[in-house]
Write a protein that binds this ligand. Structure first.
Ligand SMILES: Cc1ncc(COP(=O)(O)O)c(C=O)c1O
Length: 354
């Protein structure tokens, strides 16, 4: 604590990212990274972009990447906004769309734990919608006075998805609020809300290349929505930092979107592994929440999450657990390669037999 900090920073409880160990080699299933490398075309594009042009600032709007993304979703360029990871897009959304000290922004009590941090940073009131025992979020929770809505779909850390028609119903009932759908994990089996954009000017869909395109290290995300919402994000960007995405990231991201065949292949592989691992864990007697994401949420019914976490860690496998009511009996396990998941299953089998 420093006397030089602002009151906001004194009081904030910042987000804690998953551990990135340096001391020892772990099977790393704790941060929902993709176990497969990015497309070779992406690496090639980044190498090619690493030339003398780096002395120049990048295009502040990343127009070429913007056009590639717009083409991919059959939208217009002004429906697309690019950012330094989807975290940045979520952060920009708070000052862009939510009134400080205004009506509460609604999000689930069990969801991405960055949302309350942004709320604290931007002095946004919020109200938590309780999920039920199976981690479903009651739709009616969103039918009350609010200053905005954020839904991670599929949700984290449960992996539970919300059908598109439910999202449409929520949009319809909340015409005066911006509804943000955080689709960080949607490519692993969820239903995207992108096709609702033309019908709902209050919808902002936020996506990332971190998970399904194996590019967590490149830091590129994008938001899709009505051009007025995109303009709002541009106003925030140009009030903070006009050049949020660098030249190498712009080049790599563009190629990642273009190499759709590689994306389809790796995401299918992860979905197959997830289903295989979930089935095996169920056979062993673990509870597994049905997942539409690249991770699974698992509990033993016997040990708290912290014990499962520790037992796996001792065997060199890193997963995530959350010391929080409702979820402290669970661990969140990112889907790795089949070989990594076999090691994980072996340790889980020993735990189940103990
Ligand atoms: C639900 C959700 N949204 C957004 C993000 C942020 O992803 P990135 O900033 O890498 O795009 C994450 C990352 O873990 C996440 O779990």
């Amino acid at each position: 604590m420093s006397r030089y900090w602002s009151k906001t920073i004194k009081n904030i409880k910042p987000y804690t990212p998953g551990e990135q160990p340096k001391d020892r080699k772990f099977i790393k299933l704790n941060t929902n990274e993709n176990p497969y490398p990015p497309s070779a075309r992406v690496i090639e594009a980044i190498k090619k972009a690493a030339d003398e042009s780096l002395r120049l600032y990048p295009d502040p709007m990343g127009e070429e990447l913007r056009a590639t993304i717009a083409g991919y979703y059959q939208l217009r360029n002004n429906n697309v906004f690019i950012g330094n990871g989807s975290d940045e897009l979520l952060a920009f959304s708070f000052p862009a769309f939510f009134e400080p000290s205004g009506s509460p922004v609604l999000f689930a009590d069990i969801t991405y734990s960055f949302y309350p941090v942004y709320a604290a940073l931007f002095n946004t009131n919020y109200q938590l919608i309780p999920v039920d025992e199976e981690f479903n979020i009651p739709e009616e929770g969103y039918y009350q006075n609010n200053g905005g809505i954020i839904i991670a779909n599929p949700n984290a850390p449960s992996g539970k998805g919300v059908p598109r028609e439910t999202i449409a119903a929520i949009l319809k009932r909340n015409e005066s609020s911006v509804v943000i759908i955080d689709e960080a994990y949607v490519d692993f089996g969820g239903q995207s809300a992108v096709e609702l954009i033309t019908d709902y000017p209050n919808l902002l869909v936020i996506k990332t290349l971190s998970k399904s395109h194996s590019l967590a290290g490149l830091r590129v995300g994008y938001a899709l929505g009505n051009e007025d919402l995109i303009e709002g994000l541009i106003r925030v960007k140009d009030s903070i930092n006009s050049y949020t995405v660098d030249r190498l990231a712009l080049a790599g991201a563009r190629e990642a979107i273009k190499d759709d065949a590689y994306f389809q292949e790796t995401r299918s592989k992860i979905i197959r592994s997830r289903e295989r691992v979930s089935a095996r864990l169920l056979e062993m007697g673990f509870k597994v929440i049905p997942s539409q994401a690249n991770f699974i949420f698992v509990s033993s019914g016997q040990y708290p999450g912290s014990v499962l976490f520790q037992q796996l860690r001792e065997k060199g496998i890193l997963v995530r657990y959350f010391n929080k009511p409702k979820i402290d009996n669970f661990i969140r396990v990112s889907i790795g390669t089949d070989q990594e998941m076999d090691c994980f299953l072996e340790v889980m089998k020993a735990i189940a037999g103990a």
